[in-house]
Design a protein around this ligand. Sequence first.
Ligand SMILES: C[S@@+](CC[C@H](N)C(=O)[O-])C[C@H]1O[C@@H](n2cnc3c(N)ncnc32)[C@H](O)[C@@H]1O
Length: 269
Amino acid sequence: MSQRLNRQDVTAQNRIAWEEAAPIHARHNQARLIKAFKASGHSSFDDVATEMLQSLNITGKDVAQVCCNNGIELISAKNMGAARCVGFDAASGFLDQGREIAAAAQQDVAFVCCDAYDLPATYHAEFDLVIITIGVLSWMPDIDTFMAGVALLLRRGGAVFIYEHHSVLLMMEPGPADAPVDFELSYFTKAPYVDEDGLDYFKGEHYEATPNISFNHKMSDILMSCVKAGLQLEHFEERPKHISNLWWNVEAADIGMPMSFTLVMRQAV
Ligand SMILES: C[S@@+](CC[C@H](N)C(=O)[O-])C[C@H]1O[C@@H](n2cnc3c(N)ncnc32)[C@H](O)[C@@H]1O
């Protein structure tokens, strides 16, 4: 990050970029999601997340999701039997969508609008499980401070479950299945990545978008951010499964690239 681009500038600009994307995502997805979640017990989790959350005995657990977007994963967690569910996100437009979907699902799920670096102290030590899924870590300019804040949400013995894109993907320009796989960035770069194409990763709609700013965090930095936050390693698996709406080219190339990972880090009892 340059001297003139501090963490607050980055998160403030990204919040604007996400708020701009919210009505566009809603236009593509909201009616379909409301219909789907009206069915009792609906889940948007894939088989990997479902199995992991079952192995973490989610039933009866108090669950937080940091950067929950429109809340469909948190509402799915509630449908899997979680107790209290609270989602945090900076973009109020997405949280409003989450409230509408939770109402359709007839589930009591709370949504709190705040920066991930400023999680309200009233929620500290209130949760057994914090989930962070698919497309969160790369928005964090400072992964150590982010993870320290996330760990504060946990009760003693609680766990953080992370299901994310593998960091190696950030080296490559995403594209459709027939696009070439070119390594464009160093795995070790700390430079911010500024994108001006907007955040409609569902339909690729072009709109007047505020540039969004993201970062690559190598796998060892992600792991060490959890360790520095006082958490202990319980599970870590790199996976071939493609979990994004991007990088269809890497999946199609079928070159044995890791595309996702699951990580469970636990607070000591
Ligand atoms: C790609 S979504 C990931 C969430 C979810 N897994 C999904 O697939 O929709 C990223 C979310 O992170 C939120 N976000 C990005 N930076 C944030 C920050 N500093 N504080 C809180 N939320 C943030 C955005 O508003 C967005 O809703």
